[in-house]
Design a protein around this ligand. Structure first.
Ligand code: ADP
Ligand code: RUB
Length: 686
């Protein structure tokens, strides 16, 4: 904060604000807003009243004075009361209230764009739109803009109940903020992991909406002020006569098309959502004779756009802002000079001045087009999920395939994952005599052709009918529908066996577990969970060894990521079944690269682990040996530090695991992040 307050640009912006407040007396503030607040405070002297509108009209005030709700009134009230007590004029109190909202919005934008103080100060704190609309014209659109930006911020933090309440407060401050709500609903509905939070959002919104809305709705004076507000009709002023008595209202049409486009983006990230919201407001501003204060609504989106798109965006926004000033500067001389289009043949009063609104709109449309193009490109990271992300996990029986698959599903959420298990493609039920001839590890004992066909269908976004092998009864269940999803996880003994399977995977993992540990895990599971006898399991292990060597272990060379668990104390594996899980170390072999240096730094720094890193001669394979116990929270923090962008793919409350399994989640996520980014590069270059 100290760095911000001592920044030169902050001082310049503050000086400009104080200068504008000292020099200009905005008409709307002097004739409407300040007197309304002044009357409110006087009324409070006679006891708490939640109908300042009625009190103001009863004193003979104009109905145009305050067509806003409780949230706006509460935002302006504290300093109005203090000013009254201190004998300071109501107009200064009003201006200082807006400056307070202004400063809080600066702090909020600074939180949303960390380590970009100079940029945020230059693009927001020195924004000609904010300076002129707020301090030159006395318009109070900063208040609803602050509340809505706070709602965006809480949405990004997935605090959806608060986001809903802040949206309701923004609407209470200025009814036009209703335009934002459909975009919030589209964002929450179109993200499976956020959809679960929609009830929280609605709960917060309805509760705050009731608290803030009921006093307003109960005041006939308030409703009269709102309905008589001339701003309300502006939405319909840009209309096209398309036939006798048939009118096409352009702004509502454009807004609805914008909303449809937002719905069509199957999954959107936060950047696109906030940009679409800014675009929706930009259309309102461009396609109506908008009040200058409405331009304040688009400033946060323009700041984020400029911060992400560089010099051209900054130059374009600067030109747009300066034209806004030219259009709205309250200088009588300027409006005289630019009065309407010149009579035919008469000399131009001034070159192009009457065209300033046209140029402003033109620049606005260019801004809108660039905003859409830039945000869609940044959103490709999510558009890639139009094509499911397919993960293959192979390994011997008891290697941990289902455990890893289930832990990844816990991260993305069951609503976003389709799981395919190789066990469901065994050719026979358990008691069939064919198992005397063939082990489960033989490809001939599994319907790998159907496994491949079903995986291809799921990868293509189609649903399949899949049976389920019940390890309790040893029988195949009836076929059930399995829909495709954003993530498809195919795990099984032969998941990497066929080339047609391998070609489906965006990430191929092989679990190359230590044999002693695998025997330990398999015994634990098959005896304690699946109900087999220890002797039967040991016999099966011996019987399957040739097939494991011939069909299972060779699959490791087809994997981009090989994960191997090794016991730290092998001698403990001989303990009784059900004894405490042995401590393990994780060996990682990556052939795709995984930013191993930053990964090691975070694993050591954040998780306190011991990490050895090595690579082969051509650096075609990176090897990591990770030892130590990491908590689930540390692993979650490591993931957020290493690849923040993929965190938006995760469930609302991702189920991070502790220890080796949590590290396997983290390493797998690193590879998914790499693969998604590689897909993006390929898509944008092709
Ligand atoms: N990373 C791990 N940490 C601890 N136990 C594990 C881990 N992976 C697997 N196990 C245990 O090993 C047994 C076999 O795991 P499972 O996922 O069923 O193997 P697979 O699906 O390859 O046959 C299970 O009891 C499981 O709890
Ligand atoms: O080897 C496996 C494969 O499963 P996994 O890789 O999960 O060990 C199982 O023994 C068979 O599916 C038969 O199961 P059951 O022994 O229950 O008939």
């Amino acid at each position: 904060m100290r760095r911000l307050l001592t920044h030169p640009l902050f001082g310049v912006g503050l000086a400009l604000r104080l200068l504008l407040m000292a020099v200009l007396v905005p008409k709307a503030a002097a004739e409407w807003y300040a007197p309304f607040m002044d009357a409110s405070v006087a009324e409070l002297a006679h006891g708490l009243s939640l109908d300042p509108w009625g009190a103001f009209l009863a004193r003979g005030g104009t109905p145009q004075a305050f067509p806003y709700g409780v949230a706006m009134w509460l935002a302006l009230l504290p300093l109005a009361v203090l000013a009254k007590l201190a004998g300071v004029g109501a107009l200064h109190a009003y201006a200082l209230s807006l400056m307070a909202a202004d400063f809080v919005l600066l702090l909020l934008l600074r939180r949303m764009l960390p380590e970009r103080d100079t940029l945020v100060l230059a693009l927001y704190w020195l924004s000609p739109i904010v300076l002129l609309a707020t301090y030159g014209l006395g318009l109070n659109d900063l208040v609803p803009t602050l509340l809505l930006t706070a709602a965006l911020w809480r949405t990004r933090q997935r605090r959806l109940c608060q986001a809903g309440a802040l949206c309701a407060a923004a609407v209470s401050a200025k009814l036009s903020m209703l335009l934002a709500l459909p975009f919030f609903l589209v964002y929450l509905l179109r993200n499976r992991s956020l959809r679960a939070g929609l009830p929280d959002y609605l709960k917060g919104g309805l509760l705050a909406g009731a608290l803030l809305g009921l006093p307003f709705m109960a005041s006939p004076a308030a409703l009269r002020m709102l309905l008589q507000n001339p701003e309300m009709g502006k939405v319909y002023q840009f209309a096209l006569q398309v036939g006798a008595g048939t009118v096409l209202y352009v702004m509502p049409l454009a807004y609805l098309l914008m909303l449809y486009l937002a719905w069509r983006v199957r999954r959107m990230n936060f950047e696109l959502f906030s940009t679409l919201l800014g675009l929706g407001f930009l259309l309102v501003v461009l396609l109506t004779p908008a009040s200058p204060g409405w331009f304040v609504w688009i400033v946060p989106a323009l700041v984020a756009y400029q911060a992400g798109s560089g010099r051209a965006a900054i130059a374009l926004t600067a030109a747009f802002s300066l034209l806004f000033v030219l259009e709205n500067l309250p200088l009588p001389a300027l409006s005289t000079l630019a009065a309407g289009a010149p009579a035919p043949g008469a000399p131009l009063p001034l070159p192009l001045l009457p065209l300033r609104h046209t140029v402003l709109t033109g620049l606005g449309i260019v801004l809108a087009l660039r905003l859409w193009r830039e945000s869609v490109r940044s959103n490709d990271y999510f558009r890639l999920s139009r094509k499911p992300f397919v993960i293959g996990i192979a390994g011997d029986s008891g290697a941990g395939k289902d455990t890893l698959a289930d832990s990844l599903r816990g991260l993305f959420g069951a609503h976003s994952v389709a799981q395919l298990s190789g066990d469901d493609y065994h050719l026979w039920d358990r008691q069939k005599p064919m198992w005397q001839v063939m082990t489960h590890l033989s490809p001939l004992a599994n319907d790998l052709e159907s496994f491949a066909t079903d995986l291809l269908a799921l990868s293509d976004g189609k649903a399949i009918l899949s049976r389920h092998y019940d390890h309790g009864s040893g029988r195949m269940g009836r076929p059930q529908r399995l829909a495709s999803n954003d993530f498809i996880i195919a795990s099984g003994l032969h998941a990497l066996y066929l080339p047609v399977l391998r070609e489906c995977y965006d990430l191929a993992i092989y679990l190359d577990i230590d044999e002693g540990l695998r025997r330990y895990y398999k015994l634990q599971r098959d005896v304690l969970v699946r109900g087999h006898s220890a002797d039967k399991v040991r016999d099966a292990l011996a019987q399957r060894e040739p097939d494991s060597t011939r069909f299972i272990r060779p699959q490791a060379r087809h994997a981009g990521l090989v994960l191997a668990l090794h016991p730290v104390q092998p001698n403990l594996l001989e303990g009784p079944l059900g004894s405490a899980a042995p401590r393990v170390r994780l060996l990682v072999r990556s052939r795709q690269g995984l930013n191993e240096l930053s990964l090691r730094r975070v694993l050591v720094g954040v998780c306190g682990l011991h990490v050895d890193l090595s690579m082969d001669g051509e650096a075609s394979e990176i090897s990591l040996t990770i030892e130590g116990d990491a908590s689930a929270d540390d692993i979650a923090m490591a993931a957020a530090t290493l690849f923040p962008r993929i965190m938006e793919f995760l469930d609302l409350r991702p189920q991070w695991r502790e220890g080796a399994l949590g590290l396997m989640q983290l390493i797998a996520l690193a590879h998914i992040n790499q693969a998604l980014s590689r897909r993006l590069l390929w898509q944008t270059s092709s």
